[in-house]
Write a protein of this length. Structure first.
Length: 311
């Protein structure tokens, strides 16, 4: 019911498989739908752990560029017309933070309808700070080609390793066999607790409360970065997600900046290593949800000092 109301996902309980996080969900899905050597699209730049998983399954990777409208379907068709599947983050692309436009979504579903699979990772869609959250790609699918992966680890807390996969009807039996072989007797204690947490209304209230809290932290970090490091970086405006993307001024190396910040006790992620074939974008990924406001202010001051050291 939560998925139907909040994400417009079309499913029933028999099509939902519980997994220990989205990474296990992706691994099991690939076991169900892919064979070694299959050509596969992935966004470029992309989520590194997803790329590692596709490579572990020995798929033939075709990196499809992402622009302001999300994955470029036409570019994918030109690059690898025989691709059998795609892993994507259409609602909030990781790492660029853009959302796939409706025309691109429809083009992607048209591509998939002839026997291809779209693996949709909807990792933090609950946190949109203006308007309603964007609907999932899966809710637009009329041919059963989208496999939807979600997680509670980011919505609640990282130590809670619970995710879920919403399967097209034709994959339910195959996935169940693979899931059973990989993890025959998973613990159900957390599942039972979460059922009560959701049914008693705590989950919805938690998301509403954290959405407000994260919006305030995002604004706090954005303002602090402008004050402390505005000459050296520019935060990309965003109305969703759990992190900011900040482009560095020309000439700065994001990998070197991230390493220098780490030595000063501030953890940021460089964006350029997440590119596969596309020209690397020199930017930083800055998480803000796990820190109190005062820590965000201090981190911005430290990062500003680090950046000034590169002048």
């Amino acid at each position: 019911e939560y998925l139907r109301v909040s994400r417009s996902v079309a499913c029933d309980a028999d099509r939902i498989a519980i997994v220990s996080g989205s990474q296990q969900g992706l691994d099991l899905v690939l076991r169900a739908v892919a064979q070694e050597g299959d050509p596969a699209w992935i966004e470029d730049p992309c989520y590194p752990a997803a790329l590692a998983c596709l490579r572990q399954h020995r798929l033939r990777i075709a990196p499809v560029p992402v622009d302001g409208q999300g994955l470029d379907v036409a570019a994918g068709l030109a690059l690898e017309p025989e691709a059998r599947l795609l892993y994507c983050t259409p609602t909030h692309h990781y790492p660029l933070g853009v959302a796939m436009s409706l025309p691109r979504r429809l083009a992607l579903l048209d591509w998939a309808r002839d026997g291809r699979w779209v693996i949709e990772d909807d990792y933090d869609s609950e946190f949109r700070f203006s308007g309603r959250p964007l609907s999932a790609l899966q809710g637009l699918d009329r041919h059963g080609r989208v496999i939807y992966i979600g997680t509670l680890s980011k919505v609640l807390f990282p130590g809670l390793r619970v995710g879920y996969v919403v399967l097209p009807p034709e994959l339910v039996g195959r996935f169940a066999v693979i899931r059973n072989a990989a993890d025959r007797f998973p613990s159900t204690i957390l599942d039972d607790v979460l059922v009560d947490f959701i049914n008693e209304g705590h989950f919805t209230r938690h998301i509403r409360r954290m959405r407000q809290e994260y919006a305030e932290r995002r604004e706090r970090l954005t303002a602090a970065l402008a004050a402390e490091a505005g000459d050296d970086l520019a935060v990309v405006p965003v109305d969703r997600g759990m992190y900011l993307v900040a482009d560095l001024r020309p000439g700065l190396d994001d990998v070197a900046v991230a390493e220098a910040a780490r030595r000063r006790g501030v953890v940021v992620r460089p964006l350029s290593p997440m590119h596969i074939a596309a020209p690397p974008r020199r930017a930083l990924i800055l998480g803000f949800t796990g820190y109190p406001p005062q820590a965000l202010d201090a981190a911005a001051r430290t990062l500003g000092a680090v950046l000034r050291g590169f002048r």
